[in-house]
Design a protein around this ligand. Structure first.
Ligand code: AQP
Length: 311
């Protein structure tokens, strides 16, 4: 059976971009694979400096995973920081790639351009992500378009290691659903936690309504493009055509229709989520991390021998 693996940074509230770009494809695909879903808590340290926020986000991310339909019985749900081999392998990859290579990463350049702190962790992020994937010999990684280059970087890290030390890592392929590759935020640009333009996946009805009402609309046009581009994630274009025709020029009505559909789609998942306790999360992560660790430890015994640090 092929391996499927993806992860999300536990750096705040998940948004509908994370859902449509990564989680929904994962939920649809995982029954046909041996599947792994990671909470990328070490990645979150590139932006979060408050320990209670880090801890809370870990619990929240696992609850989100289960609420969207990931069964802990069928998927290995684990926490990145529980498996020390991730940071260890990332260091080995850091020593194989060059600074100019990492400087080409779009995600890094975009974040720095937006004024985010250019810490070294953010810069070397793609090599930690490569380790996350390659340790498990993942075949397929469902991600949004913004992560395409990082999967290329993971392939490059695998190829560099294999060339230097002999065949060790499998080169993974990305799965990107073209229809939802880049979910736009309330400003029409890529929806992103750190850009403050998100619609939270598990917000209250009021939070979702507030975010949807803040979607930028072009006052000269008749159809609110930014509203429509989010709405089409929830309903077919055939379904939406009469709604947008009837609301032509009335942006508020279109936003209200979107809020109603968002609420109908999120409410059942929110209900599931409310019944997951912190103890459930701790148990799921303990079991998942044990399973993942056994695979990662085995892989790293081979890697350490190949690079020469095992005496
Ligand atoms: N707008 C988006 N459209 C489609 N997919 C998206 N993803 C994120 N935003 C969109 C996908 O969600 C997965 C997990 O993302 P992440 O939080 O680990 O990192 P990210 O891509 O950096 O997400 P954000 O919201 O942009 O977080 P910040 O701002 O903290 O970096 C990935 O598969 C991603 O493609």
């Amino acid at each position: 059976m092929q391996r499927l693996l993806t992860g999300i940074q536990s750096s705040g509230t998940l948004h509908i971009g994370n859902y449509f770009g990564a989680l929904k494809p994962f939920v649809e695909m995982y029954p046909s694979y041996e599947s792994f879903l990671m909470v990328a808590d070490y990645h979150s340290l590139t932006s979060l400096k408050d320990s209670s926020a880090v801890r809370e986000s870990i619990f929240n991310t696992v609850k989100d995973y289960i609420a969207v339909g990931v069964s802990p019985e069928d998927v290995v749900i684990f926490k990145q920081s529980d498996i020390l081999e991730h940071t260890e392998l990332a260091w080995i990859f850091d020593c194989l790639v060059t600074v100019p290579f990492l400087m080409q990463a779009h995600a890094y350049k975009d974040k720095v351009a937006k004024g985010l702190e250019a810490n070294a962790g953010l810069f070397t992020y793609p090599m930690l992500m490569a380790a996350d994937i390659l340790l498990y010999d993942a075949d397929v990684v469902p991600v949004g378009e913004d992560q395409r280059q990082h999967i290329e970087y993971a392939r490059e890290a695998a190829a560099k290691f294999n060339n230097a030390y002999g065949e060790t890592f499998k080169e993974p392929r990305e799965y990107i659903n073209k229809a939802v590759a880049t979910v736009p935020g309330t400003d029409g640009k890529k929806m992103s936690k750190s850009y403050g333009n998100t619609i939270p996946l598990f917000g209250t009805k009021d939070e979702i309504a507030k975010a949807a009402m803040s979607i930028l609309t072009d006052s000269s046009g008749e159809s609110p493009e930014n509203v429509y581009n989010i709405h089409r994630l929830l309903r077919s274009e055939i379904d939406l055509a009469p709604i947008y025709k009837a609301n032509k020029g009335n942006y508020k009505a279109s936003k209200e229709a979107l809020i109603e559909d968002l609420e109908a789609f999120i409410a059942p998942m929110r209900y599931v989520r409310e019944n997951i306790s912190d103890t459930d999360v701790a148990n799921i992560l303990r079991e998942g991390s044990e399973h993942a660790r056994a695979i990662a430890e085995k892989k790293m015994i081979d890697v350490r021998q190949k690079v020469g640090v095992t005496l």
